[in-house]
Design a protein around this ligand. Structure first.
Ligand SMILES: Cc1cc2nc3c(=O)[nH]c(=O)nc-3n(C[C@H](O)[C@H](O)[C@H](O)COP(=O)(O)OP(=O)(O)OC[C@H]3O[C@@H](n4cnc5c(N)ncnc54)[C@H](O)[C@@H]3O)c2cc1C
Length: 352
């Protein structure tokens, strides 16, 4: 007989395998349009010049670029290169809505695709559009960032805003978003279309769990507000929806008081079992840490030498003599948020 725990664990593994297969299928679909760089697709009854001239007639505050579109036929992955027909640089939400409505009105015969592009840090062409329209979300500067300091605190931001700018603006009020990505030069719309995961997720959930409200331009060009109480299907479809359910033009992000100080700790392991055991214990216990993340480190030379704080600062030789060459190491990174009055107790960690 199998134990309940064994069966539960097996079910969890099967779920993960199915999820990975589904994600692979999704990626395949996204990229199936073409692997040929710079080829232009044929639309059934609308020629490219026809579409271009119809786009020019739209009443927009921003504008289209039709020539030099190569710079959005790339992304961080540098694997796929899909040349779009046009780039829209929107100034207003209405520019986005007008454009999408226009494409929708072309009807099903038009195979024109529209893709929102944040900072282009996806890996497999997700922010590109083969022969279609790429909307450069970073051009959209509305609404102007507005920090609400009441209870609960939040910030309203444009979907094209970079998280690093959100941090700088909210810090002026002593506040910060609750959940982050490690790297902050990503857009709000770009990470909310995925999940937005970092070391705070064990406590607050990923970034998509820390959004109060969204403004979306739908596939028909309508501008719709949504939240868990209003148009909830759209809200949950768009969050983590890889840009397939609408374009995020505004997001209301949950904030919390920003810590005044942070105690940052990295612990190295050579044994995978001890590393995962400690990590699981830390994230499941009522720990004092506010950030916990794990890394695998492989074949990195000189790795530890710029981590002198990992070792005793009084013994820099110990740090410089550490050699990681050729070994696989595991690292737990943890941080504890502190205020100045906590500085006396910052080295005491309680785990229950
Ligand atoms: C160096 C690096 C570090 C990273 N670190 C982390 C990390 O710590 N945690 C983490 O979770 N992820 C991380 N990522 C992954 C990253 O979060 C995703 O690739 C994210 O989608 C990139 O955001 P972007 O602004 O560049 O979006 P893009 O790559 O431009 O777009 C990504 C997807 O979102 C869609 N999209 C973009 N904007 C909108 C919008 N306004 N409305 C609707 N859909 C939109 C696009 O169509 C596309 O499908 C990292 C990636 C890199 C390259």
């Amino acid at each position: 007989m199998y134990s309940t725990n064994f069966l539960r664990e097996t079910a969890r593994v099967v779920q993960r395998v199915v999820l990975v297969l589904l994600l692979n299928l999704t990626c395949h679909n996204i990229n199936r349009s073409s692997y040929l760089p710079n080829a232009t697709p044929v639309f059934s009854n609308l020629s490219t010049p026809d579409i271009e001239s119809s786009l020019i007639t739209l009443n927009l505050q921003g504008h289209f670029i039709f020539n030099d579109t190569h710079h959005v036929a790339n992304d961080f992955g540098n694997i796929y290169h899909f040349l779009p027909m046009a780039i829209l640089l929107p100034k207003t939400v209405s520019d986005i809505s007008t454009t999408i409505k226009h494409v929708f009105d072309m009807g099903p015969n038009s195979e024109l695709t529209v893709t929102a592009r944040g900072h282009g840090h996806s890996l497999q062409g997700q922010s590109q559009s083969h022969g279609g329209i790429v909307i450069r979300m970073e051009s959209l500067k509305q609404p102007k960032m507005h920090v609400h300091t009441g209870e609960p605190p939040y910030v309203d931001v444009s979907g094209g805003e970079l998280w690093i700018n959100v941090l700088h603006e909210t810090l002026k009020e002593g506040l910060a978003p609750k959940s982050w990505t490690d790297y902050l030069h990503l857009t709000v719309g770009g990470t909310l279309s995925n999940a937005g995961v970092s070391g705070q997720a064990f406590r607050h959930g990923p970034q998509i769990d820390n959004v109060h409200q969204l403004e979306i331009v739908t596939g028909k060009g309508e501008i719709v507000n949504c939240s868990e109480d209003q148009n909830a299907d759209l809200f949950y479809g768009v969050l983590g929806g890889l840009g397939q359910f609408g374009i995020i033009t505004r997001a209301r992000i949950a904030l919390e008081p920003a810590p005044k100080m942070v105690k940052w700790i990295r612990v190295l392991y050579s044994d995978f079992y001890s590393f995962t055991k400690d990590q699981e214990q830390l994230i499941s216990s009522d720990t004092s840490f506010d950030y916990i993340e794990g890394f695998v480190i492989k074949n990195r030379t000189g790795l530890i030498n710029n981590w002198s704080s990992t070792f005793s600062p009084r013994d820099p030789i110990q740090a410089s003599q550490f050699r990681s060459e050729g070994k696989t190491l595991y690292c737990l990174e943890m941080a504890m948020y502190l205020n100045r009055e906590d500085s006396n107790t910052m080295n005491q960690v309680s785990i229950s």
